[in-house]
Design a protein around this ligand. Structure first.
Ligand code: AMP
Length: 219
């Protein structure tokens, strides 16, 4: 099965993608996670991407397409994947179609997590992330057992630099202007499935499974 998880920053894509990858054995491919890793390792790609990320702007399409093209050729991705945070522009969606047709593959569904902008702002500024294992927490709705410390590996949690209030506003603006048009691209192909994302992760995941039921069984 090949899925795209679509939604604004803070809509819960990372959490749902992890649940889906466990449930169906899919490769979880998050362009944001790959980019953050490149930045922390100081690679040439990371060095070019960093300034865009710190501003809450999108990294240029050509860099993203090259990066995703390499990732889709890896063995785990060939068995099925869930894309998280990609495609974010119409040229990226068109580029994905070209890459997939070269691999003889196609997307089965695009799942859109719908959350109001007010709730997104609240969630993003309260989000904390573990620099060790990547676990995601929320100071209000999903706090760790011990304040500021990862439940899984005991590392001190951090706020992503782009989750600060001034950058969050820009990321939501960028989403409206550049990413929302991607919706129409997939609606026109009949792949679009909407889910109310303003609930707890398990409830959202139940709806996720429901909208996919016929496909999940026939992967
Ligand atoms: P995310 O973790 O998905 O919110 O991504 C964090 C940041 O990485 C974004 O604000 C962008 O700067 C960059 N990024 C992630 N995915 C993409 C993409 N598909 N296209 C362009 N920039 C991206």
């Amino acid at each position: 099965m090949r899925l795209i998880l679509f939604g604004a920053p803070g809509s819960g894509k990372g959490t749902q993608a992890k649940l889906a990858s466990q449930e169906w054995g899919l490769a979880h491919i998050s362009t944001g996670d790959i980019l953050r890793q490149e930045v922390s390792q100081g690679t040439p790609l990371g060095q070019r991407a960093r300034a865009f990320m710190d501003d809450g702007a999108l990294v240029p399409d050509d860099l993203i397409l090259e990066m995703i093209g390499r990732r889709l050729e890896e063995d785990d991705a060939r068995r099925g994947f869930i894309l998280d945070g990609y495609p974010r522009t119409v040229p990226q969606a068109q580029g994905l179609d070209r890459l997939l047709s070269g691999l003889g593959q196609k997307i089965d569904a695009v799942i859109s997590l719908e959350v109001s902008f007010e709730e997104l702002t609240r969630r993003l500024t309260a989000r904390r992330m573990c620099p060790g294992c990547g676990a995601i927490y929320n100071r209000i709705s999903q706090p760790p057992r011990q304040s500021g410390v990862c439940d899984n590996c005991g590392r001190i949690l951090e706020q992503r630099s782009d989750d600060r209030p001034e950058t969050v506003a820009n990321r939501l603006r960028v989403y409206r202007q550049q990413t929302e048009p991607v919706m129409e691209y997939y609606r026109a192909q009949g792949l679009w499935r909407r889910i109310d994302g303003a609930r707890n992760p398990q409830e959202v995941f139940s709806s996720f499974k429901e909208v996919l039921t016929p496909r999940a069984s026939g992967r």
